[in-house]
Design a protein around this ligand. Structure first.
Ligand SMILES: [Fe+2]
Length: 370
């Protein structure tokens, strides 16, 4: 389950690896946290991590897209951007790999932005947006060549941010009107760069140019309305917004998935074309596996399985018990809310500290005082 690094306690065990500002591994899966590496994680600007919860169930069996694969894609995009390559072979190859993963039925759950240092947000975010966009494209029945164009545009949607001064891009607070106006130029900058790339397609280029346009005409750079915005651009736009609001940033906390889900649901034919919104909501879930929830019968538990097509009624494993409540069958019980991170922290800390905590995994980073 996801937990902000401010709530970590020694003895907790990582459910997923954590990566630093160059995508280097800081701590591996199953690492047991010590006070020193909690402090180091915070200094490395890792905002949240996935920890193992106080439950018997293990979700490692799930068929999810591997973090290592996501990280590989991120490194390809990072290098491609730095080298200013003017051909698309590497990018197309890496999008093909993601398409294969999604078509083979892998879950798109998780995301890189949660487990990487805030410094590489733009690149990690691009990978997550690409994966989300492609899963929406698959739901809409896109053929492979169309998926490839959607994936390339989504992976490079923020390419123009390389032209935005770092002090604006990484400003840890609200932008001034002038700074915001500069930031709003990134779709056009990206479009210009992309059009000089050998092998580019106009549909991918349009995603880069139009991913901040909105159905009601309130977007930028051109204030396009309704069906004047291509469907592929809308797919990328919804994925972009969803990933951004569900990710912790230095200046604000992430929205929990169920709130983000409701926000997207409410945005149909207001900010985004309703057809795309409907397809998108089939790709994400309000209560992902691992969410710690409180039920209307005053029971606390953890979402251990989802019920296809009934997003608000997953199976919940009851805390301190072997019992599972399948909300698909127990119609009188509903999820009333998420458990606060502080409470999760206390629950996990109550567990026995694993034996290998005696040999702690330490983060070895130059410049980090431990
Ligand atoms: Fe953008």
């Amino acid at each position: 389950m996801k937990l902000s690094t401010s709530y970590l306690l020694p003895g907790m065990r990582l459910a997923r690896p954590v990566y630093g500002q160059n995508g280097e591994l800081l701590l591996g899966r199953d690492a047991v946290l010590t006070l020193r590496n909690i402090v180091s994680l915070q200094r490395c600007r890792v905002l949240s991590v996935d920890i193992k919860g106080p439950f018997g169930f293990d979700d490692e069996e799930r068929n999810v897209i591997e973090d290592e694969m996501r990280l590989g894609v991120m490194n390809v995009v990072h290098e491609w951007t730095l080298k200013n390559e003017n051909k698309l072979e590497h990018i197309a190859g890496t999008v093909e790999v993601i398409i294969d993963e999604i078509l083979s039925g892998k879950e798109v759950a998780g995301g890189l932005t949660q487990i990487c240092s805030a410094d590489i947000y733009t690149y990690a975010h691009s990978v997550d947006v690409c994966i989300l966009s492609l899963s929406v494209g698959v739901k809409l029945g896109y053929a492979r060549p169309k998926l490839l164009r959607l994936g390339i545009g989504s992976l490079l949607h923020d390419l123009g941010k390389t032209k935005i001064p770092a002090e604006i891009l990484n400003k840890p607070g609200e932008l001034t009107p002038d700074e915001f106006n500069e930031m709003k130029k990134h779709p056009e900058y990206g479009h210009q760069i992309f059009q000089k790339t050998r092998g580019f397609s106009s549909q991918s280029a349009s995603i880069i140019l139009c991913h901040h346009e909105r159905y009601d005409g309130t977007g930028y750079p051109r204030g396009l309305k309704g069906d004047k915005i291509s469907e592929m651009s809308v797919i990328c736009a919804v994925s972009d917004v969803y990933n951004a609001i569900t990710t912790d940033r230095v200046y604000r906390d992430a929205l929990p998935p169920h709130e983000a889900y409701e926000m997207v649901m409410a945005s149909g034919n207001l900010l985004f074309n309703f057809k795309v919104v409907k397809a998108f909501l089939k790709c994400v879930t309000p209560y992902p596996v691992g969410s710690m929830v409180r039920l209307s019968n005053n029971v606390t538990g953890c979402v251990c399985r989802l019920n296809q097509g009934i997003p608000y009624r997953p199976v919940v494993k009851v805390l301190d018990s072997e019992e599972e409540i399948d909300l698909q069958n127990e119609r009188s019980i509903v999820i009333t809310g998420l458990i606060h991170p502080e409470e999760i922290s206390e629950l996990v800390a109550k567990e026995d500290v694993p034996a290998d905590c005696i040999v702690p995994h330490e983060i070895m980073l130059p410049g980090v005082v431990s």
